[in-house]
Write a protein that binds this ligand. Structure first.
Ligand code: DHB
Ligand code: MG
Length: 220
């Protein structure tokens, strides 16, 4: 049942106990979905169900709380599940700018954010991260940047984050194991490794062992 997959064979640390019924239980206990979250977690047909898991999303929310985040940028909205969780971490005068490449996803996200009661705190911007991020320069410095978009551009997004975060601000990156392909010599493998190395150089950092790997860095 449990496969041992740790890199350090001398330690039991890293063994996984994440049977589905255990994950369902902890998600139910710690991340109960109200109607707004349930709606944004239920991805409609024709849109990929690639949103963060409930525990990953709640972790983002708690990290933003710990950082007293008021101004946050997300790259990769999908239909707004992580945006709702993060927006709910913000004070009344806070703002989340979230960037989505697919207009249809952004339209569903806007409806979900409104249904969840956070539309006043969130701006959904349609476009490619590489084009949209520079238009947000003047809103900074930011308290946190969450990167969850096209993996081949993680190095660009990470550099933008480092350049526009305040000292002590958070850089967060989903899918940091690159679906098991992190060590491959592909464009996105190189980009994701460059992201890891940039964050490690400029931040106090870790790749938290969520199912997909979540980079967490505190800018020095
Ligand atoms: C994919 C993207 C994601 O951000 C994710 O969390 C899972 C899968 C994808 O592009 O397949
Ligand atoms: Mg992701």
């Amino acid at each position: 049942m449990h496969r041992r997959r740790m890199a350090d064979k001398a330690s039991r640390a890293g063994e996984r106990y994440t049977a589905p019924e255990i994950l369902d239980y902890v998600n139910r206990v710690h991340v109960p979905h109200d109607a707004g979250l349930a709606r944004a977690f239920a991805v409609p047909d024709g849109i990929p169900a690639i949103q963060v898991g409930p525990s990953d999303g709640k972790l983002l929310q708690l990290l933003l709380r710990l950082a007293n985040a008021r101004k946050v940028v997300e790259v990769g909205t999908l239909i707004g599940y992580s945006a709702i969780l993060m927006a709910r971490a913000l004070p009344a005068n806070g703002r989340l700018w979230t960037i989505e490449f697919e207009p249809r996803h952004a339209e569903v996200a806007r409806a979900n954010l409104a249904a969840a009661g956070v539309a006043d705190r969130v701006s959904v911007i349609v476009g490619a991260g590489r084009d949209v991020l520079p238009t947000l320069d003047h809103e900074g410095p930011f308290d946190a940047v969450f990167i969850d978009a096209d993996k081949v551009n993680y190095d660009f997004y990470g550099q933008w984050a480092i350049d526009h975060l305040r000292q002590g601000g958070l850089v967060l990156g989903d899918n940091a194991y690159l679906f098991g392909e992190l060590m491959e010599n592909t464009d996105r493998g190189r980009a994701m490794r460059a992201f890891h190395e940039l964050v490690a150089t400029r931040c106090e950092s870790v790749c938290a062992p969520t199912p997909d790997g979540l980079v967490v860095g505190i800018k020095r």
